[in-house]
Every structure is written in structure tokens, then in C-alpha cells.
Ligand binder design. Structure first.
Ligand code: IMP
Ligand code: MG
Length: 179
């Protein structure tokens, strides 16, 4: 029941149950509580994909903290491979702060490298990265990921905030594309 969903032209099968997602989030929240105690962190969640992860995570983190949200606008530079990310919507100062980026998924790692570079221009004390999902076999960048909830194979997935062409974000569990 509900094991297969159809989104537009594609079928997806249930892959990770909410229960397992929640357990993984609780684990990294515990680690954050230990690491970030006394650091007054500001969490910067990346919209749209990370909204559900950020909500669950923030219910479990108990150190005093702030949360804010950004969106990324990517556009092509003069070189075709140069996909620059512009950070939209960050109104708060992060100068001198411990920043924790909250991302839905790290695939090649290009997005996180670009975002970290942009945020570093605003002179934070340090930047940590938390991601719900990591595809280790797709990673092309050398980047330190401080909090990884779940590692998954190289399949396209939807649900729990992640979309296929805008749809599927509201699924409570994570689904992977059917062959
Ligand atoms: P990266 O820059 O290659 O690491 O890509 C990261 C971004 O690609 C994520 O923030 C997602 O928006 C998107 N993405 C990567 N893999 C998937 C997937 O399996 N499903 C949905 N979106 C994905
Ligand atoms: Mg994303």
C-alpha cells in the first residue's frame, strides 16, 4: 500500500521510511547539541528542498540558536561549466557567527562549495554543513560535511522535501525512481 507513487511521467518506489529518517535526524541533532553548545549557532536552511528536514531538525536541537532561510539562484557564467550560485534572502548578519548550512541533499557537492564560498564573504566565524542525504558515489568536490543523516546510492529520489519537477516534496517518506 502506497509503496509506489507516480509523479508526472515517472514511477517511484518507497525507499526510506519516515521512521528511519527521523532516527537519523535525531542522531545528528544530538551531535549538534554536543558540538554547538555555547556557540550561539545560526542555521541557514536552503529552500525549497530542505524545509522538511529543517523543521524536524530544529525540533530536536536544544542549544539556543536562530534559524533563517535562503534560496539559491543559479545562472550560467561565460564558461558553460561555471554555474554560479547567488544567495537570495539572507537579511541577517552572520558576521562572527557559527553558521550551520541545512541542505536536503549533496550530490556532486557543487552547490555546497558555491554556497559556502558566498557565505564566507560575509565573515562568519565558521561554517558547518548539515545534509539530510549524501550520494557518496556522486561527490566530485572535496568538501567537509559535518553532519550527514543518511547516505544513499546514486538513484534519483523524491519526498521529504525533495522534488521531481516541483512535485513530490510533500511525501512523508523518501522514494527512489523505478527502473
Ligand atoms: P549538487 O550541487 O550536485 O550537490 O546538487 C545538489 C542539488 O541537486 C540538491 O540541492 C537538490 O536540489 C538537487 N538534487 C540532487 N540529487 C537529487 C535527487 O535525487 N532528487 C532531487 N533533487 C536532487
Ligand atoms: Mg537543494
Amino acid at each position: 500500500m502506497n509503496e509506489i507513487v507516480t509523479i508526472k511521467d515517472k514511477q517511484f518506489e518507497k525507499f526510506i521510511e519516515f521512521q528511519q529518517i527521523q532516527t537519523a535526524i535525531n542522531r545528528i541533532a544530538g551531535k549538534m547539541d554536543r558540538d554547538l553548545n555555547g556557540k550561539n549557532p545560526v542555521f541557514v536552511a536552503v529552500l525549497n528542498g530542505a524545509f522538511m528536514f529543517a523543521g524536524e531538525l530544529m525540533k530536536e536541537v536544544t542549544v539556543p540558536c536562530e534559524i533563517t532561510f535562503v534560496r539559491l539562484a543559479s545562472y550560467r557564467g561565460t564558461s558553460t561549466t561555471n554555474n554560479v550560485q547567488e544567495v537570495l534572502g539572507l537579511n541577517e548578519s552572520i558576521e562572527g557567527r557559527t553558521v550551520v548550512i541545512v541542505e536536503d541533499i549533496v550530490d556532486s557537492g557543487n552547490t555546497m562549495v558555491a554556497l559556502k564560498k558566498e557565505l564566507n564573504k560575509l565573515n562568519p566565524r565558521e561554517i558547518k554543513i548539515a545534509t539530510l542525504l549524501l550520494k557518496p558515489d556522486a561527490l566530485k568536490q572535496e568538501i567537509q560535511l559535518d553532519y550527514v543523516a543518511l547516505e544513499i546510492p546514486n538513484d534519483f529520489i523524491v519526498g521529504y522535501g525533495l522534488d521531481y519537477d516541483g512535485y513530490g516534496r510533500n511525501l512523508k517518506d523518501i522514494y527512489k525512481i523505478s527502473p
